[in-house]
Design a protein around this ligand. Structure first.
Ligand SMILES: Nc1nc2c(ncn2[C@@H]2O[C@H](COP(=O)(O)OP(=O)(O)OP(=O)(O)O)[C@@H](O)[C@H]2O)c(=O)[nH]1
Length: 339
């Protein structure tokens, strides 16, 4: 089993990456760590070449440079990379926590044994020799206790370092599940949530409904106002969707200008009501850009397909039915909800 090898490799990379990042004044954020993990793992030769080039040319690793490396070499490939880093580091952390526990148990047991030995000696007191033994055993106990104390201190330090590393890894996991442009859940996060909802339906008969939403004629919008304005509109739609649903509803950017909302424990008619409210809210909004010299962008509309989970559904069949309804909405002239 190469688990130990992986663990050792991960630990080695951790030992190399963190000091190198510190010497280049690169903050150990989850995204930066993902870049440097890959660099030292030597699994991404393009990334390695790019970083070596930057170092050779004495380029300062500013926030923009770090962000660029992450975007180009990590995010654009796959969030799986981040998840791998997260999983491997998590294994490392767990194993170190286990070791810490073993160590403290071991030293405690040693000092207990020594104490016991001291007790036994006291039961058969032969004058001088025993007295000497007791004295030396007592001093040994003392030294073990001192070592134990030192050990405890270093374990405490290690423990708090690991706790903060654990926190960073949780952030990393969050990065892997979040769409950078809109800060919504990404497709990967949606798929995990949808899988859980399908299981809940199969095992406990708790239903759910799914909306698939797509901005109408978005290509035209991009062509007229440019991609950057298009990006702002995507962020606006994301916020509007978040604000339009209640706590448990799961909003995600599925890709491009397509969003999904999964509504747990919600029947079709209720989901359609929510969808209609969202459609109207977005259609009514007059879009502007710029703070002082506001440029009017007019209105955008969205089309929505809705479906409720049925017996025999899996995540893909549910999505396919909602998608079919989205197609119907587009075919019926857009800016409408079909179910
Ligand atoms: N600005 C921006 N545009 C994007 C992004 N992702 C996808 N798009 C654009 O969204 C447009 C989608 O175009 P189409 O699939 O033809 O659909 P549409 O123009 O919205 O037309 P209908 O969906 O049929 O109403 C393309 O121009 C994509 O470039 C993004 O992240 N930012």
């Amino acid at each position: 089993m190469n688990n130990n090898k992986n663990l050792e490799q991960t630990a080695d990379i951790l030992r190399l990456a963190v000091p190198q990042m510190a010497s280049l004044n690169i903050p150990v954020t989850p995204a930066n760590y993902a870049v440097w993990f890959e660099y030292f793992a030597e699994t991404n030769l393009n990334l390695k070449r790019a970083i070596d080039g930057l170092i050779a040319n004495e380029v300062v690793f500013t926030a923009e440079v770090n962000h660029g490396l992450y975007n180009r070499f990590i995010e654009e490939r796959s969030p799986e990379v981040i998840e791998n880093v997260q999983i491997e580091t998590q294994i490392l952390i767990n194993s170190l926590f286990n070791k810490i526990e073993q160590l403290s148990t071991g030293t405690e047991a040693f000092s207990t044994n020594l104490n016991k030995f001291g007790d036994e000696l006291q039961q058969d007191p032969t004058p001088e020799t025993l007295n000497n033994l007791i004295v030396s055993l007592a001093s040994e106990v003392e030294s073990v206790l001192a070592t134990n104390k030192e050990m405890k201190q270093s374990l405490d330090t290690l423990g708090s370092e690991l706790t903060s590393l654990k926190g960073e890894m949780e952030n990393l996991s969050k990065v892997a599940m979040t769409d950078e442009l809109t800060s919504l859940n990404n497709r990967r996060a949606y798929e995990m949530f949808a899988t859980d909802q399908v299981t809940l339906f199969n095992e406990q008969h708790v239903g759910c409904s799914l909306m698939v939403l797509d901005i109408d004629h978005f290509k035209q919008f991009n062509d007229t106002y440019g991609h950057l304005v298009g990006d702002k509109v995507l962020a606006y739609v994301a916020l509007a969707l978040k604000q339009a649903v209640k706590g448990e509803d799961f909003v995600a950017r599925y890709g491009g200008e397509e969003f999904v909302i999964l509504l747990p424990d919600t029947k079709l008619s209720d989901a359609v009501t929510v969808a209609e409210k969202i459609r109207q809210r977005i259609a009514q909004k007059q879009l502007t850009i710029g703070k002082e010299n506001k440029q009017q962008l007019g209105h955008i509309t969205i089309s929505i397909g809705v479906a409720a989970i049925q017996n025999g559904d899996d995540m893909d069949t549910l999505l396919a039915r909602a998608d079919e309804q989205l197609y119907n909405a587009k075919a019926s002239g857009r800016n409408c909800v079909k179910y």
